[in-house]
Design a protein around this ligand. Structure first.
Ligand code: GAP
Length: 445
């Protein structure tokens, strides 16, 4: 059946099954803030770990850091965010709504007419997206700090620390996962664009002149990554930034876009940031950020190729991509989430066929042993078919059923989520069987 997924359907599934809840819901909610529930947090963590492995552990020359969210305010002057990290805003004088000038139809912006009520719009003004707060007991300009709008700057200001302590040599990368904050004006579309979100960023430091080549390398590597993550390539495309779109630090930028329920939108940005950030930090801090190549004895400020994905936005892409309403047979449909087994919030459902005759206890013991290897979920409630469907809906790739034959020969029925095929597996061989099945897993385009 065609996948006619709407955002409302996804939001409702996420709430019903404990993936994502509206923040502070009992107080009427806070616009654009969302909480990750028991299944959402597992999914988000699994994606984060998957990215971390792909972007650090499998590379001998990429290391990680975890920098503070609040940094010296001069960082944001040097980075150009104080001056340039702005959206153009207009207000309607009649209905008082506020809009991003670049997000309303061009004819409205040109005629200064409100897209909602045709009232007159104010002149556009620059609105800085950084959240400000004060550190210490006095609320004055001297104590001003910003919540970081990107994690990247925490990497740049630690460039020298990492070079001096990690024996890395250019080309090398520094990766980081963490929260970022932007005072976004347009915050619809669920967890797509929020004021508080998480980024997965990697800054790759290269010799000037080698940046174009490395840019192509990372562009391809990031494209391939989404396939490994189980996202269908037919739902992905590149978008190159035109001159008017480029961020203040970028020479070249490509977005990887995903076809979300509301249309094609950015999922990740790959940027050639040149030596902009390190040069500016050299200038503003007075501390030289150049790198000495010990072999050639050349000293230079490295160029940076950045890969910057949204973690929370990837959760939305993965949820959208996984969803399918499938007609199993005439008149019978199931909702199935086709998560890649590597990131599924629950890996294995464990069910006794019936509760009596010691099957429940046997199933519980088997489940307990398997907890060491996988995230498991034990369920003895209702007909077996309904239990399978409940797990399909949260994307559990495998379920095992313990039945009377288990008592005789120590085997269980293992059911695959996608094909619904069932096979008989020895209890002792379940971990190995699943590891192999994970490796062989392929999502249909
Ligand atoms: N360090 C570069 C940088 O921050 P960006 O294109 O502004 O570049 C990178 O952001 C990624 O962060 C985006 O592709 C998106 O996935 C995510 N992102 C940005 N703003 C976001 C927001 N308000 N809510 C959720 N994710 C966001």
């Amino acid at each position: 059946m065609a996948n006619a997924l709407t955002m409302d359907t996804l939001v409702s599934l996420c709430k019903r099954r404990g993936f994502v809840f509206q923040s502070s819901e009992i107080y009427g909610g806070l616009a654009s803030a969302w909480d990750y529930g028991p299944l959402g947090v597992e999914l988000k963590k699994n994606i984060q770990e998957f990215w971390w492995k792909e972007m650090t552990r499998v590379h001998e020359n990429i290391v990680g850091i975890d920098a503070a969210i609040m940094m010296h305010p001069r960082v944001w002057e040097a980075s150009g965010h104080v001056e340039n990290f702005t959206d153009p805003l207009v207000d309607c004088k009649k209905c008082k709504q506020r809009f991003r000038e670049d997000k309303i139809p061009q004819e409205n912006a040109a005629a200064k007419k409100c897209p909602e009520c045709n009232g007159e719009l104010t002149d556009s003004r620059k609105f800085n997206l950084m959240f400000k707060t004060f550190m210490g007991p006095v609320e004055d300009g001297g104590n001003l700090v910003y919540l970081r709008p990107e994690t990247a700057q925490g990497i740049y200001v630690n460039f020298k620390n990492v070079v001096q302590t990690s024996r890395v040599k250019v080309p090398f990368g520094i990766a980081q996962v963490g929260k970022a904050f932007r005072n976004e004006i347009t915050t619809k579309n669920f967890i797509f664009r929020t004021c508080e979100f998480e980024q997965l960023e990697m800054q790759y430091f290269v010799a000037p002149g080698e940046d174009d080549e490395w840019f192509e390398f990372w562009k391809k590597a990031r494209w391939d990554y989404y396939k490994k993550l189980g996202v269908r390539h037919s739902k992905l495309r590149f978008h190159q930034h035109g001159p008017g779109e480029l961020a203040h630090y970028a020479k070249v930028a490509f977005d990887i876009e995903y076809e979300f329920p509301m249309g094609w939108q950015e999922l990740e940005g790959i940027h050639n940031r040149t030596d902009y950030d390190l040069a500016r930090h050299s200038e503003f801090s007075g501390k030289d950020q150049s790198y000495l190549d010990e072999e050639t004895k050349k000293k230079y400020i490295p160029y940076v190729v950045e890969t910057s994905a949204g973690l929370t936005r990837t959760v939305l892409a993965v949820l959208s991509d996984a969803y399918e309403e499938q007609e199993v047979e005439a008149g019978d449909t199931r909702v199935v989430m086709h998560f890649h087994p590597a990131i599924a919030p629950v890996k294995l459902g464990v069910f006794p066929l019936v509760k009596k005759d010691g099957l429940a206890e046997l199933a519980q013991n088997i489940e307990k042993d398997l907890r060491e290897d996988f995230t498991t979920f034990y369920d003895h409630g209702g007909a077996i078919g309904r239990r399978y469907r409940r797990q399909d809906e949260v994307g559990t790739p495998y379920c095992i059923t313990i039945d009377y034959q288990t008592k005789e020969d120590n085997t269980v029925t293992l059911r695959y989520r996608d094909s619904m095929e069932q096979v008989r597996v020895k209890v002792a061989e379940i971990p190995e069987f699943i590891r192999k099945a994970d490796k062989e897993y392929r999502r249909e385009e």
